[in-house]
Write a protein that binds this ligand. Sequence first.
Ligand code: NDP
Length: 433
Amino acid sequence: KKRNPGETEFHQAVEEVLISIEPVLKKHPEYIEAGILERIVEPERQVIFRVPWVDDSGKVRVNRGFRVQFNSAIGPYKGGIRFHPSVYLGIIKFLGFEQIFKNSLTGLPIGGGKGGSDFDPKGKSDAEIMRFCQSFMTELYRHIGQDIDVPAGDIGVGAREIGYMYGQYKRIKNAYEAGVLTGKGLTYGGSLVRKQATGYGLIYFVREMLKEHGHSLEGKEVVISGSGNVAIYACEKAQSYGAKVVAMSDSSGYIYDEEGINLDTIKQIKEVERKRISEYVKYHPQAQYHEGRGLWNIKCDIALPCATQNDIDVEDAKALIANKVIAVGEGANMPCTNEALNLLIENNILVAPAKAANAGGVATSALEMSQNSMRLAWTFEEVDEKLDQIMVNIFNSAKQAAKEYGFEGNYVVGANIAGFLKVAEAMMAQGVV
Ligand code: NDP
């Protein structure tokens, strides 16, 4: 903490991992001797840069850009770009740190990295978004490449932003290098299922976890926070398994629809019109809109936080426990505070941890990179089948690691251990670098 003052989210993410891997370190004291811990918490490289752009009124604006290249022990840095006013180094470092273990869990050769800016895309015109993305890439291009570092989307960065950034990269480099970014549009090297991958993957993981404990998604009531990329496709897949999603949210408030959320309406409001979730009640008058927090007080069987970090605190966890929730599936990164997470686990709630449960997005990004290298495009079914199998494998890795180290059923610890082991072994093999 002294070395990284003020980076509270980063401290939180590191603390969660370091506590979980204590039993590994007891078994492998050589990791401590080789300085694996000191090295793994220090990014290999961090870049912070000015992003100047001109708004529609002709005014010059300046934002701050970040790219943290955390760990390349098992492959090129890989991780999304976040555009949100809350972004600062501590957020990018927490996300980059988590990404190391998540990417390791996918079983694919990708290292950990993350980037972003404190730019707020809300209320900006399409032309402003384009100018910002072009300026951001005008610096970022120096640091990335298909064999070096491959960014993707995250909060505030979807296909539109990736398209503008890819266009600028291509223009500067004057070369075909489709694998430099993932989450691209389907007409220029994107992969089918990438859009759906994190949400679908989350539900595949939750499905496996429920099955392991004698439950299924059929007939379960589900509450989802957020209504962005992850939330929408988690909702779609959960509904396809017969679950009833009764509530979703955005940063302004939440909607409750006892008849079950109509996802076409959500897609229209969020993906097409880019409006607020409160609009939902105009189409479905039986639903209710509530401004502000309170989503986690709604009774449900399965809670899927898919918005942002620290969305579920101790009070929210207590409400979920009181309402007899069966499982919490983390679609967002670090959506539970460490205290909330501990409370849920102590109360025998099944927790699908973010690093494992939301790894479907990056796994499918790695499949997009493979297709780009081969200059091939797989069908929706092919990619979806691979994604499903990857999520089953991730679940089994977390399950096995938890069992082996005496934490059976604790997938949080299991995922941290399984993710860490592969990276630590690779770092050991490569010497002190
Ligand atoms: P989007 O930008 O598509 O959606 C984010 C959603 O969360 C929106 O509904 C947004 O509401 C809400 N939200 C964002 N910030 C806040 C906040 N501070 N308070 C309350 N609500 C908030 O992002 P994604 O769906 O891509 O990402 C969601 C989460 O999933 C993030 O934690 C991300 O890191 C994680 N993730 C995403 C992956 C992906 O493939 N996209 C992969 C793995 C993890 P509003 O519109 O009002 O801002």
